[in-house]
Design a protein around this ligand. Structure first.
Ligand SMILES: *[C@@H]1O[C@H](CO)[C@@H](O)[C@H](O)[C@H]1NC(C)=O
Ligand SMILES: *[C@@H]1O[C@H](CO)[C@@H](O)[C@H](O)[C@H]1NC(C)=O
Ligand SMILES: *[C@@H]1O[C@H](CO)[C@@H](O)[C@H](O)[C@H]1NC(C)=O
Ligand SMILES: *[C@@H]1O[C@H](CO)[C@@H](O)[C@H](O)[C@H]1NC(C)=O
Ligand SMILES: *[C@@H]1O[C@H](CO)[C@@H](O)[C@H](O)[C@H]1NC(C)=O
Length: 433
C-alpha cells in the first residue's frame, strides 16, 4: 500500500505526460502575429460533438453545412435573397476552423470562426437572444464603445438603423438572421492588440448558421480585419488548415508580411466590384492524372456580372465545381480508377467505391500556378476503410451554379498566402502542425 501511494505521483505524472503528448496543447498561448487554427472537431474545440459521429454522419453533416454555405456565397455574388433550407440534420451549428481572439480590456477569450469570404467580424454579446452561452460582456470591458449612427463606419454595414443613437444593423448569414449593434473595442490577436476595432455585437440571432462564438472576417472589403489593421498587417496573411484526419494537430494563421514563405507560386487575384470581399482567381483548366479534361470555357471563366469564376473559400468544406466542369473531372477520374468498378453514392458525393482503389492526381491550373492535390485532399475514406469517395461535387442546382469554390478540404495541409497589396494568392504544400 505504502509503495503504491508513493508511486502515485509518478503514475499521475506519466499519465499527464502521455495525455499531453497525444493532445494538442489547447491552452498554449498564441505568440507574435501567429494564431493556432483548430478544426471544429479538434479535442481543443468546445464545439466538437459530445458523442463522436459516425463517419457517414459527419460527412452528411458537413455536406448539409456546405449547402447553406453555398447558398450564402451565391447570394453574395448574385445579390439574390436567401431561401433558408430546413435542415434538421444539423446537429451542431458550427464553423469548420476556429481561432482564439481576445476581446476588450481585461481580455475575454472567444473562439471565432475563420471566414475569408466575409468582411465584418461579429461576436455574440451579453443579453443576446438566440446565442450560445459563451459571449462577450461589454460591461466588463473598460474600452468598449458603441459606434454612433453618424459615424462613417455605420455607412459600411448592410441596412444600418439608429437604435437610440447607436448604429445597428441586420444581416443574413447562411440560414441565419443576425441583428447586431456596431461597436468598438480592443481585439487582441495572438499578442497584437488592435485598439478600437469595429465589429458587430450580436443582440439577436435566429437559424443555425451563426458561429457560436463569433466570426472573424478575413475578406478584403471595408470593415474587414485587413482594412482595420492595415498599418500592422498590410493586408497580408496566410493560413495552414489542419486535416480532418489529424484532429490533434492545429494549423496556423499568420498575420502580416513577415515570416511568410518566400518560395511559393502565385496566381493573380481578380476583382469583382460587385463582390469586393471574395478572393477570385483564374482557374483555366483542370488536369486529372496527366490529361487536361475537356471543360467548356464558360464553366470556368470569370464574369463579374454573373458572379461566375473561381474563389478560394475557407468556410466551404468540399470543393464545388459548376456542373460541366465537375462532370468532366469526375468522368476522367472514374475512367482512371477503373471503368469496370461499381460506383456508389453517399449523400451529395456521386463517386464512391467500396473496394480499394488507385487514384489519379488532380491538378488545378491557375494563371502562373499549378496546384496538384495529393490523395488526402481528394478522397475521404470511412474509418473502417470500406468506402472511399471523391471529395468534390457539382454545385447544387438550387444555388447559383456558376461559382467554382476551392474549399477547405482541398486546401488542407497547404499554406495559402493572401497577398492583397500585390493582388495575388500563393499556395504551397505544408504539413500543418
Ligand atoms: C488524439 O488524442 C487522443 C487523446 O489524447 C487520442 O485518443 C487519439 O487517438 C488521438 N488521435 C489521433 C488521430 O492521433
Ligand atoms: C450601447 O448601445 C446599447 C444598445 O443601444 C445600449 O444598450 C448600451 O447601454 C450602450 N453601451 C454603452 C457603453 O454606451
Ligand atoms: C432588425 O432585426 C430586429 C430584431 O429582429 C428588428 O426588431 C428590426 O426591426 C430589424 N431591422 C431592420 C432594419 O430590418
Ligand atoms: C471490363 O469488363 C469488360 C466486360 O466484362 C471486359 O471485356 C474488359 O476487359 C474489362 N476491362 C478492364 C479494364 O478490366
Ligand atoms: C502547369 O501544367 C501545364 C501542363 O499541364 C504546363 O503546360 C504549365 O507550364 C504548368 N504551369 C506552371 C506555372 O507550372
Amino acid at each position: 500500500m505504502k509503495i503504491l501511494l508513493s508511486l502515485t505521483p509518478l503514475i499521475l505524472f506519466l499519465f499527464f505526460y502521455l495525455v499531453q503528448g497525444l493532445n494538442p496543447k489547447c491552452d498554449a498561448q498564441d505568440h507574435g502575429s501567429n494564431l493556432q487554427v483548430f478544426h471544429v472537431f479538434s479535442p481543443c474545440s468546445p464545439f466538437k460533438p459530445s458523442n463522436p459521429l459516425s463517419w457517414e454522419q459527419s460527412v452528411l453533416q458537413l455536406q448539409a453545412k456546405d449547402q447553406v454555405r453555398l447558398q450564402f456565397l451565391a447570394s453574395l455574388v448574385a445579390k439574390r435573397s436567401i431561401v433558408p433550407i430546413a435542415s434538421g440534420r444539423q446537429i451542431i451549428q458550427s464553423p469548420t476552423y476556429i481561432v482564439r481572439a481576445k476581446i476588450g480590456n481585461p481580455a475575454q477569450t472567444l473562439l471565432m470562426a475563420l471566414d475569408n469570404s466575409n468582411d465584418a467580424s461579429w461576436i455574440p454579446c451579453a443579453g443576446c437572444e438566440g446565442c450560445s452561452s459563451t459571449f462577450f460582456v461589454p460591461d466588463k470591458s473598460t474600452t468598449f464603445k458603441n459606434v454612433s449612427c453618424f459615424a462613417a463606419e455605420c455607412k459600411q454595414v448592410p441596412n444600418p438603423t439608429c437604435g437610440g443613437s447607436a448604429c445597428a444593423f441586420n444581416l443574413t448569414y447562411g440560414s441565419s438572421s443576425i441583428a447586431a449593434n456596431l461597436v468598438q473595442d480592443t481585439v487582441t490577436l495572438a499578442t497584437d492588440p488592435l485598439p478600437g476595432y469595429t465589429f458587430g455585437c450580436i443582440a439577436k440571432t435566429t437559424g443555425t448558421s451563426t458561429p457560436p462564438q463569433g466570426l472573424l472576417g478575413l475578406g478584403r472589403g471595408p470593415l474587414s480585419l485587413l482594412s482595420q489593421s492595415q498599418n500592422l498587417y498590410q493586408s497580408t496573411f496566410s493560413y495552414c488548415l489542419p486535416s480532418f484526419k489529424s484532429l490533434n494537430f492545429s494549423g496556423s494563421l499568420r498575420l502580416g508580411p513577415s515570416a511568410q514563405p518566400k518560395n511559393i507560386k502565385f496566381t493573380p487575384l481578380l476583382r469583382n466590384p460587385r463582390r469586393s470581399s471574395l478572393y477570385y482567381v483564374n482557374l483555366f483548366a483542370i488536369r486529372v492524372g496527366n490529361r487536361i479534361v475537356n471543360i467548356p470555357p464558360p464553366a470556368l471563366a470569370f464574369n463579374p456580372t454573373t458572379g461566375a469564376g473561381t474563389i478560394f473559400d475557407s468556410g466551404t468544406v468540399f470543393t464545388r465545381l459548376s456542373e460541366p466542369a465537375y462532370v468532366a473531372v469526375r468522368d476522367e477520374f472514374r475512367r482512371r480508377v477503373g471503368a469496370n468498378l461499381t460506383v456508389t453514392a453517399l449523400g451529395g458525393f456521386d463517386t464512391c467505391y467500396t473496394v480499394p482503389i488507385v487514384t489519379p492526381t488532380i491538378t488545378f491550373l491557375f494563371d502562373g500556378m499549378n496546384v496538384t492535390l495529393p490523395q488526402d485532399n481528394i478522397l475521404i475514406h470511412s474509418t473502417a476503410g470500406s468506402t472511399t469517395c471523391l471529395a468534390m461535387a457539382s454545385a447544387p442546382n438550387n444555388v447559383n451554379s456558376v461559382l467554382n469554390v476551392i474549399a477547405n478540404m482541398q486546401q488542407q495541409n497547404h499554406r495559402v498566402l493572401y497577398d492583397v497589396p500585390n493582388s495575388r494568392i500563393g499556395v504551397s504544400r505544408e504539413l500543418c502542425s
